[in-house]
Ligand binder design. Structure first.
Ligand SMILES: *Cc1c(COP(=O)(O)O)cnc(C)c1O
Length: 432
């Protein structure tokens, strides 16, 4: 529906890209498969806006999938990266910039004492799992359906059919042997976790979760459930890993750990931490981090880890995040947007907006709560698909999937948000 019929530069670039890359893209969700149509190719971004190669402007709520909490091409970040770049782009030797980024994080984050920088969220989580296993000398891990932890083999596992636990690879090319230690549960089910610990407690190295699951809708958890996971892991000498690649520096500087006031054993970071450059990190207390090479026996390394340009960009971004009222203003704006969309929604349209901090997710459902992946209404995606192209045509850019959350950045003005609400109003009127 409503797909561009006129040949566009995006179209031509996509045709060319399909000859060069699988599906024409370098990360699958960009291909628009779940909404149909042709991805728009982006030429540039500035503040809250992005501009495609055909010159069309969009208010952007994808924010490169989360990293750009200050919006596009923020002057402080560009300046810091540029100044650093002029001195060279990589040395493979320590720089002061690594200290500075680590310092600003650790000084303002009471849940961690030591950190290791890597180059992506995937790498951070993969290393955190290895660290948990090295520290506990146990093998099994528990993950949850609906939480995404990057694309390393051991985590590309979905709940199998039958009575829970034994997961199936969620990708081809993942050997059974590699995932046999990964157990998968639905979120929000204390009893299921207890059962696994009763059965395998001696060999569970860690529970890994997104404390604010935001990769498969926004599955907001009960605080008591998170506390329960904290308690049961402690009791069995297993670790609790919070994968805060999205929630870190997003719902507050101290992420979900701070938001719920729960001390996890290991935290992983990505996205915002690099200011739009490829950075990930894992962090824990000194005792756990002592395991990591060269202090300890757990090996992990990276040619471009702690890259100076990325460190400088991350530092510039996080410095802005630390300013007074940064997060409260961001959340107020996001609530204003969510309320605005709800206020123009037609009465018969089943829509609920889940929101925390500056993250929001539109679920086309009657449900007031969705806490587990299997509670998401698949019908919701049909509604999303229907409005997606209309939003796009009217100049609002969201991540091209109904399972993806959206982000408000500090660069979004109330004018941007009012315009967004007006556009929703307009398209609700003639679609639904
Ligand atoms: C994005 C994400 C990852 C993967 O990070 P990449 O940088 O894409 O490798 C891992 N965990 C969570 C929670 C994420 O949101």
């Amino acid at each position: 529906m409503m797909q561009n019929t006129a040949p566009t530069i995006s179209h031509a670039l996509y045709e060319k890209a399909k000859k060069l890359f699988p599906g024409g893209v370098n990360s699958p969700v960009r291909a628009f498969k779940s909404v149909g149509g042709t991805p728009v190719f982006i030429d540039k971004g500035s503040g809250s806006k992005i501009y495609d190669v055909d010159g069309k402007e969009y208010i952007d709520y994808c924010a490169s999938w989360g990293p750009l909490i200050l919006g596009h091409a923020h002057s402080k970040i560009i300046e810091a990266a540029y100044k650093t770049m002029l001195k060279g782009t990589s040395f493979g030797a320590p720089t002061k910039l690594e200290n500075e980024l680590a310092d600003i994080i650790i000084q303002n984050h009471p849940f961690i004492e030591k950190i290791r920088f890597v180059s992506s969220g995937t790498e951070a989580v993969m290393s955190a799992i290895r660290l948990a296993r090295a520290y506990t000398k146990k093998n099994k891990i528990i993950k949850f359906e609906g939480c995404y932890h990057g694309h390393s083999d051991a985590l590309l596992v979905k709940a199998g059919s039958g009575l829970v636990t034994l997961g199936e690879g969620s990708s081809a090319g993942v050997p059974e042997e590699v995932i046999k230690h990964t157990m998968v549960l639905q979120l929000n089910d204390e009893r299921a976790v207890e059962q696994l610990f009763e059965e395998h407690g001696r060999d569970i190295a860690a529970i890994i979760m997104e404390p604010i699951p935001a990769n498969n809708g926004l599955l907001l958890q009960r605080n008591e459930y998170l506390k329960f996971l904290r308690e049961i892991t402690k009791k069995h000498h297993s670790l609790l890993i919070f994968d805060e690649v999205i929630s870190g520096f997003r719902v507050g500087f101290t992420g979900a750990a701070g938001y719920y006031n729960i001390q996890p054993d290991i935290i992983t970071f990505g996205k915002i931490i690099g200011g739009g450059f490829p950075v990930g990190a894992y962090a824990a207390n000194n005792e756990i981090m002592k395991m990591v090479s060269p202090d300890g026996p757990m090996y992990q390394a990276g040619t471009l880890s702690g890259n100076p340009v990325a460190m400088a960009a991350g530092y510039a971004q996080l410095s802005e995040c630390l300013k007074n009222k940064f997060y409260t203003e961001l959340e107020e704006k996001t609530k204003y947007l969510a309320n605005g969309i709800m206020s123009v929604k037609p009465e018969h349209l089943p829509l609920h907006i889940f929101q925390v901090g500056s993250i929001f997710w539109m679920a086309f459902t009657q449900r007031e709560n969705i806490r587990a992946a299997n509670e998401i209404d698949t019908d919701s995606m049909n509604y999303f698909k229907k409005i997606y192209h209309l939003l796009l045509e009217n100049g609002v850019y969201l991540g091209p999937s109904g399972y993806e959350v959206a982000f408000v950045s500090a660069a979004h003005s109330y004018q941007d948000i009012d315009r967004t609400i007006d556009i929703f109003d307009k398209i609700f009127k003639y679609t639904i």
